[in-house]
Design a protein around this ligand. Structure first.
Ligand code: G4P
Ligand code: NA
Ligand code: NA
Length: 194
């Protein structure tokens, strides 16, 4: 997605060979116009899949997920990372290990918001090692719903997540695929001579 690539080039900061900072439009401050275009692009790519629900994870997945839900006219459910005080029963849970943060956390979605009639599109902001996506897929599977695929705003293709999911036969649609962050520069996969 050209608009997104340009935004990453212009406003993203390469913090290291591994980490891209995009807090001016995705992870802290949010660019609503860009999010709307992102929602339209995901909706286009999954238009004929009969999606009934979008599933994401708090907090940074919510903005692109809501815009996608708006375009597909379906509800959006976000997995919670912390236990809610008012929401304690009827939870479907999964554990997610973050290699970046070296910690494992339980994520959950209320059973009543996902069922066997649903066809789910998972949306998230980043795909790195794919552990958050795996946790969400685990929850979708436990609910009995069908998974249509995973939509990612920024895929770091040099990490394992995208290949790991594709190898499992899961459809992954990433709007920007970062091949490398070496030398302080963002190189996209499509630009690379292969
Ligand atoms: P994984 O799920 O793909 O295995 O990712 P990992 O554990 O490495 O990522 C943990 C958190 O860091 C996630 O956000 C993920 O979106 C984010 N992340 C991973 N790589 C990058 C990167 O290069 N840049 C930025 N900006 N974020 C990255 P989170 O902790 O769940 O936070 P949030 O959703 O509340 O923002
Ligand atoms: Na994030
Ligand atoms: Na995220």
């Amino acid at each position: 997605m050209r608009l997104l690539q340009e935004k990453i080039k212009n406003d993203g900061q390469v913090l290291s060979d591994q980490i891209l900072k995009v807090d001016s439009f995705l992870n802290h401050q949010i660019d609503p116009a860009l999010m709307l275009e992102i929602g339209k692009e995901f909706a286009k790519r999954f238009a004929n899949e009969g999606i009934t629900k979008i599933v994401t994870i708090e907090s940074s997945g919510i903005a692109p997920a809501v815009m996608t839900g708006l375009q597909l006219n379906v509800p959006v459910v976000f997995a919670r990372k912390r236990k809610s005080l008012t929401l304690t029963e009827g939870l479907i849970t999964a554990s997610v290990h973050s290699f970046t943060k070296q910690e494992t956390n339980e994520i959950s979605i209320a059973q009543k918001f996902l069922n066997a009639e649903d066809k789910v599109l998972i949306i998230d902001d980043f795909l790195a090692n794919g552990q958050a996506a795996l946790g969400l897929i685990d929850i979708v599977n436990q609910s009995g719903a069908e998974l249509a695929g995973v939509g990612i705003v920024i895929e770091k293709s040099f990490q394992d997540g995208a290949k790991m999911l594709s190898d499992q036969g899961i459809r992954v649609e990433s709007l920007a695929r970062v091949a490398s962050l070496a030398n302080g520069e963002v190189t996209f996969k499509s630009e690379k001579v292969e």
